[in-house]
Design a protein around this ligand. Structure first.
Ligand SMILES: Nc1ncnc2c1ncn2[C@@H]1O[C@H](COP(=O)(O)OP(=O)(O)O)[C@@H](O)[C@H]1O
Ligand SMILES: [Mg+2]
Length: 323
């Protein structure tokens, strides 16, 4: 059984309006309520302090109940984890076998570093049988920069060198354009329904892509004063994505463009936007960069259970290939 994160609306007496007020004030989860002070909560939600106290008590009870699962439950769910292979042996080696389900992998790098090429390739590979490196599934692709290219999918299917019809592969990739960050967040909501339908169809969604996760957030929340709001929204967005992949035993794959800025002297000039929040939610982070002769280098950063390291690959007409 999978136990997704608790929602504010799961609390007694919290409807959509109160939940929205709470989220705007940064209370994003039941855990946040459980650790709030009643005065703070009363003011934020515009409720009496005794109601706030009740809410906190209820939140604590829920967290207690949900917070402990037997080791066996955790073990059972982790046994369901599958690996989706890139089919580039060096890259799969770096990833401990491939991209994990029940985890979000963040690809970050400069413009043209290969982020969208990788997500296209994974939308193809996820459809392959498990013994061929796939997950026998379909993909949902949220496209924020209009970079999804069906022609690329066709080329990559041909590039696999198997007897397969690219049209069948295109059928199993569900693409939605997101026009704003709010729209992007709503699409994750609609993806829930779509995924539930697909589960019945025998082609479950095993890959959720957001390419790019951060572009709308970056352009819409550009000013200094809006940084906190941006982080809260991104946090909530990732939280929703996490629930989705958890429920579907799917791979989460998001991209994040960074700019190398020679004017930055302190810290890492290629820090991804979204900073720590994206960093802490993503289970795996891969930094991509271009190298000589069309080579690409992928570096695994901050993995919970794999050593840091690098792998190289090529982007060819036929898709991702070993060097
Ligand atoms: N059909 C193709 N054949 C060979 N290389 C390609 C092809 N399409 C794209 N590429 C390579 O992929 C690069 C774009 O990578 P992309 O993943 O779109 O970048 P980003 O990281 O900005 O998403 C191009 O510069 C090119 O080198
Ligand atoms: Mg791209």
């Amino acid at each position: 059984m999978t136990q997704g994160p608790l929602e504010l609306e799961d609390l007694p007496g919290v409807g959509p309006t109160t939940a929205e007020k709470l989220r705007e004030a940064g209370f994003l989860s039941v855990e946040n309520i459980a650790t709030a002070t009643s005065a703070d909560l009363a003011e934020t939600a515009e409720i009496g302090e005794s109601t706030a106290k009740k809410m906190i008590r209820a939140a604590r009870e829920m967290v207690d109940l949900a917070g402990f699962r037997t080791g066996k439950d955790v073990f059972e769910q982790r046994k369901e984890i599958r690996k989706l292979r890139t089919l580039v042996p060096e890259l799969d080696g770096l990833l401990g076998g491939g991209l994990e389900t029940q985890a979000i992998t963040e690809l970050y790098g400069e413009f043209g570093s290969g982020k969208s090429q990788i997500v296209h390739q994974m939308a193809v590979n996820v459809q392959l049988d498990e013994d061929a490196g796939g997950l026998n599934g379909s993909a949902i692709y949220i496209d924020t920069e209009n970079t999804f290219r069906p022609e690329r999918i066709e080329q990559m299917v041909h590039g696999l060198g198997i007897d397969a019809d690219p049209a069948d592969f295109l059928e199993n990739i569900h693409v939605a354009r997101a026009h704003t960050s709010d729209h992007q967040m709503l699409l994750v909501d609609s993806a829930k329904g779509r995924a539930a339908e697909m589960k019945e169809s025998g082609r479950p969604v095993r890959l959720f892509i957001i390419d790019s996760l951060t572009s709308h957030f970056r352009s819409e929340y550009a000013g200094r004063g809006t940084l906190a709001t941006r982080q809260q929204k991104l946090n909530r967005h990732l939280h929703e994505l996490f629930k989705l992949i958890d429920e579907n035993n799917a791979v989460g794959l998001v991209t994040n463009q960074v700019m190398s800025n020679p004017a930055v002297f302190f810290g890492d000039p290629t820090k991804p936007i979204g900073g720590n929040i994206v960093g802490h939610t993503a289970t795996f982070r891969i930094y991509l960069r271009k190298s000589k002769g069309g080579k690409r280098i992928a570096r695994l950063v901050d993995s919970p259970n794999l050593p840091e390291g690098e792998a190289t690959f090529m982007v060819e007409e036929a898709g991702l290939k070993p060097c």
